[in-house]
Design a protein around this ligand. Sequence first.
Ligand code: NAD
Length: 316
Amino acid sequence: MPAKNKILVTGGAGFIGSHLIDRLVKKGNRVTVFDNLSSGKTEFIEDHLENPDFTLIEGDLLDQDVIEEACKGIDLVCHVAANPDVRLGASDTRVHLDQNILATYNLLEAMRKNHIKKIAFTSTSTVYGEASIIPTPEDYGPLIPISLYGASKLACEALITSYSHTFDMQAWIFRFANIVGPRSTHGITVDFIQKLQKNSDMLEILGDGKQEKSYLHVSECVEAILFLIENSDEKVNIFNIGSEDTISATEIGKVVMEEMGLSNVKITYTGGNRGWKGDVPRMRLGIEKMKSLGWKPVYTSERSVRDAARVLLRRM
Ligand code: NAD
């Protein structure tokens, strides 16, 4: 990626998006953040607000005219905005259709009309559903998501690959494991901290606590995104981004307790082999494709979770 590219980052004021823009600005790009600040925060991007090469557009991807205007003169779109709450789909069946699928369609239309040819998209391990092969490689199939969130992200991937082929675009699709780190506002680490801050005698863990998943630190996630955009050049480039091991829900609970200096916490379980309907109990992504290009994570899942918990505790 040559410096001084004009890059639009949707969702750039959110957890992962704000780390991505930190790096993009540092590399000398001109960055525009497009965010409706529904879960994003201006404090996450405040270091850049005075930078002449940085623009914040407070807008909603469901507003076609606004996103079309924002896309003018852009070289690369990093589409990070979404509703990332996997659990929500079980109680609100519309939210992922609107915020993920329709929002992505609006963005692709805005790109098509403005002749923008490059898009990077933040997808997810949940597109694989309950994969029978673990670690799960990018060419695993059929893809059978079990959450409405996973379904919506797979639909977004399909729209992006189809637009790429139909309208001569180039796409990078990144299927993330669980990403943790500073500015995280949701997920199991945040959840456990909040529960233990309310009651430090007891921790309720959803499911049986044996759910085993891969966790990656946000700094490594962002490093991988930029490395892969710079080092792959197919029409459609699909990569898993995750760590090389897993950590269980119970082990995360113990890490959080240690970081909070708590002992003698009674752990209870809600039971069943998954946290909620649509939760995939075992997830680890095959990252050979990314490694073959020369990038691999350094942190283990435990180290990433521990580091995230430590930093989050300073602010929560
Ligand atoms: P986040 O909620 O912190 O970030 C999402 C951002 O998008 C927020 O700033 C929000 O205000 C913005 N946004 C939402 N709807 C919008 C709309 N209609 N118009 C404009 N802006 C909108 O979430 P995150 O954890 O940083 O996730 C970022 C991306 O990575 C998402 O696409 C998510 O699906 C994906 N992802 C995250 C994880 C993870 O572990 N955090 C794992 C896999 C994939």
